[in-house]
Design a protein around this ligand. Structure first.
Ligand SMILES: NC(=O)CCC(=O)C(=O)O
Length: 280
């Protein structure tokens, strides 16, 4: 619940990861606040106009400084965002900010698919009670490495978003996400491996650790999956840092072996990456 502590703890962990050789670091969904509809308004920060002041968004400034200090690309998990300029007045979003090693903001992703589920006797959650959805796919080009895509948690259940990003050239799909004890056990790894299999790209999931005293118990199990859908490494439910080197050439090798890319039948079904709404 302590935002200042969470920001300072994230700093310690990101610096440790950078020291261990990481070049791109990912934090979890809602990394600096509790995850729950009653918390989003209280913890929300204002990001517009960009750059916001320190007072409007301490997280923006902490992440920007940290990316520079650690000299890494930093995908800052997500934070609750308040858009004070929106027509509907004060809309809230679940928003991910990505910074360059220079500290410059590279991308903003507002969660596109809101987590509204009701599994009787297990879990009911309705983000749409308080949040509004984002409206774009987030793809960004890292000059040294290539294109990556960023989406948030429940977004992983929608294969079109991943497929469009992959067909537009993303080699890595990153999802800060907080699944729970019901759906985490059922679908977390399955979905990561499914998106990797569909698109023959790397997939990274980054979850908060599990806190049984919290109202929402995150699944944990951050992982990196390769383009062949092999889980390269997976954490357990406790706090940890996963460091994984991605292998150049693995995507080409995978696509050569199983050449989906030359076998698609766009005469039978449409190419979702063309003709739809997409802004790079
Ligand atoms: N934070 C989320 O979007 C949770 C998504 C989730 O648990 C799921 O099953 O999907």
């Amino acid at each position: 619940a302590d935002k200042a502590h969470n920001l300072s703890h994230a700093r310690t962990k990101v610096l440790e990861a950078a020291k261990a050789g990481a070049k791109l670091v990912v934090l979890p969904e809602c990394f600096n606040s509790p995850y729950g509809t009653k918390y989003f308004d209280k913890y929300a920060e204002t990001l517009l106009p960009s750059p916001p002041s320190e007072e409007q968004s301490p997280s923006f400034h902490a992440l920007s400084k940290l990316a520079k200090e650690a000299n890494v690309y930093l995908v800052g998990g997500s934070i609750p965002e308040r858009d004070e300029g929106s027509k509907d007045d004060k809309k809230l979003y679940n928003t991910s900010l990505t910074f360059a090693p220079s500290g410059e903001l590279l991308a903003t992703h507002r969660k596109v698919h809101l987590f509204d589920i009701d599994i009787p006797g297990k879990i009911k959650f309705k983000e749409s009670e308080v949040l509004s959805p984002g409206n774009k796919i987030t793809l960004l080009d890292l000059p040294e490495y290539g294109k990556i895509a960023i989406a948030i948690c429940y977004d992983i259940r929608f294969p079109e978003l991943a497929t469009i990003a992959a067909r537009k050239g993303a080699f890595l799909l990153l999802y800060p996400g907080a699944f729970n004890l019901t759906t985490g056990a059922l679908h977390w790894e399955l979905l990561a491996r499914a998106r990797a299999t569909d698109n023959q790209v790397y997939v990274g999931l980054c979850s908060p650790a599990r806190a049984m005293k919290a109202e929402y118990n995150a699944w944990g199990h951050s992982m990196v999956v390769d383009p062949n859908a092999a889980v390269l490494e997976q954490l357990d439910e406790k706090e940890g840092t996963l460091i994984q080197e991605l292998q150049a050439g693995k995507i080409e090798e995978t696509r050569k072996g199983v050449p989906l890319y030359g076998q698609r039948r766009f005469d039978v079904y449409p190419d979702v990456s063309r003709g739809g709404k997409f802004e790079e």
